[in-house]
Design a protein. Structure first.
Lengths: 227, 227
DNA sequence: ACCTGAACACCGTTCAAGT
DNA sequence: ACCTGAACACCGTTCAAGT
C-alpha cells in the first residue's frame, strides 16, 4: 500500500484510468514525492506551484492537468502521508492501547513532514483523516462508551494531537516562542516524543477518571429521582 | 490598559514618542481595530495590506510607516488581543484554579477572533504570549513542582489549548472535516466551550495523577538504591 | 489527451519623489 | 516626519494555442 519508492512509479491510484490518447507523463507518486522534497525545507504554503513543476521538470500547467488546484495538491499529499496509518482492530488490545497506537502512528507520520499544514486546516477534509477520525470513534464505541462520552473523548484527544502537531511545526520552523520557552524550561530537555507520550497518557488517564465520576453522578441522580 | 474604544484614540503605546515633525495620522488602536474588523470575515492571511489600508482610508504605504511588515502587523494585533488576559496571583486559588482561569481567558480572547492565526505560528513570538507562558510556569513553580514536572505540565496544557484554538479556527471557517465529524458525533451536540472545559479539566486531573505516580516511583527507587 | 507560453488579477514590499 | 503613486518580483489560475 502506497510505497513512495516504486522505481517504475506508474499508476498509483489507478483512478485516472483512461485508455485512448497521449499517456500521462507524471504519476501521483512522483508529484507527492516532489512536494515532500520541497516541503522538507519550507512550509507547504511557501512552496509555489511553479516550484513543484520545476522540481518535476515540467511546466506549471502540466501540473494543473493532474491536480485542479493547490488545495487539491495538499490533499493529495496529506492523504498519501496518512494512508499507512492503520486503525488497530479489536484483537489488538484495550481501547486505550488501540487509540494510543493510532494517534502515535498518525503523529509520527505527520511529524515526519513538519512543513505540511494540518490536514483539516485547509478547506477540504482529506479522506484519510476522516477515515482515522471514524476509526477512533469506532474504537470508542467498541469500548462501551455512550455517543456523547465518545464525542468528548474524541474531541479532547483530537485537540491534543492537533496542538502537538502545531507545536511540532512551530519548532521545526525555529519559532521564537519555542526558543524563548526552551530557555525558561531548562533544564527539563524534553523530546517532542516524550511530551507527546506523557501528555497522551495523562489525558487518557484523566478522561477515564472524569467519565467515571460523570457516570456515577448520573447514576445517583437516577436513584434520587426514583425515590 | 488597552481599550479599543477610546474615542480620541491618540497615543496608545506611547512608544513612538517623537516631538518635531508632522504628527502621525494613525493610531495603533485604529490599525488594530481595522484588522480585527476585516479578520471577522476572513483569515488574517487572506487580509491584504492593501485591504487594511483601504479600511483605514489611507494608502498602503502609509501603513508601512507604522508597521514594518505584515508579520509585525500580526504581532501588533495578537498582542492587543492577549493584553487583557491576566495572570492570576497566588491569593486567587490553587494552582489548578489559577491555570484554568488563565487558559480559559486566553482561549476566550483568541477565540473571539478566529481569523487570527495562532500567536506562535508565525515567526516572531508576540511578547504577550511569552508573558502568559511565563505566567503559567510561575504558577506551577509556586505549586511546588520540580522544573521538569512543570515543563511537562506546561507543554501538555499548552498543546491542548493550541489544538483547541486550531479546531476553533477550522470550525469558524466551516471546514469540511468539522462538518463530517459533526455528522458522526451526533447527537452529542457539544459547544466548543463544553469540550474545552471538559478537556482542560480531564487533562489537569490526569496530569496530577501521572505526576503523583512518577513521584512515588522515584521515591521507591531512591529507597531501593539506599538499601 | 496531454502539454505549454503568455497573460490576468492579485500579493508583500521597495523606490523615489512629494509636502 | 510623514505621505503616496508607480514599480518590482512574486503568487495561483485562466486562456488559447500547440502536438
Amino acid at each position: 500500500l502506497s510505497t513512495l519508492t516504486g522505481i517504475d512509479g506508474i499508476e498509483e491510484t489507478g483512478l485516472r484510468a483512461q485508455k485512448r490518447g497521449r499517456p500521462p507523463s507524471l504519476t501521483d507518486v512522483q508529484i507527492v514525492a516532489a512536494v515532500l522534497r520541497l516541503v522538507a525545507e519550507t512550509r507547504f504554503e511557501d512552496v509555489s506551484m511553479r516550484a513543484v513543476a520545476n522540481e518535476l521538470g515540467t511546466s506549471v500547467m502540466t501540473l494543473y492537468n493532474y491536480v485542479p488546484s493547490k488545495d487539491a495538491l495538499h490533499d493529495l499529499v496529506a492523504n498519501h502521508v496518512l494512508r499507512p496509518v492503520r486503525v488497530p482492530g479489536p484483537e489488538e488490545g484495550t481501547w486505550e492501547e488501540r487509540i494510543c497506537q493510532l494517534e502515535r502512528d498518525a503523529r509520527r507520520a505527520l511529524a515526519a513532514h513538519p512543513g505540511m499544514s494540518l490536514p483539516g486546516s485547509r478547506g477540504a477534509a482529506p479522506q484519510e483523516s476522516v477515515r482515522l477520525a471514524e476509526g477512533v470513534l469506532s474504537i470508542l464505541a467498541g469500548g462501551g462508551f455512550e455517543p456523547d462520552e465518545a464525542a468528548l473523548i474524541f474531541a479532547t484527544i483530537y485537540t491534543f494531537v492537533t496542538g502537538q502537531l502545531e507545536v511540532d511545526a512551530m519548532q521545526a520552523k525555529g519559532g521564537q516562542l519555542e526558543a524563548t520557552l526552551a530557555g525558561v524550561m531548562e533544564p527539563a530537555r524534553l523530546t517532542r516524543e516524550e511530551t507527546f507520550e506523557f501528555g497522551l497518557d495523562a489525558i487518557i488517564e484523566g478522561l477515564k477518571a472524569k467519565i467515571g465520576t460523570q457516570r456515577s453522578r448520573r447514576r445517583s441522580q437516577r436513584r434520587r429521582s426514583r425515590s
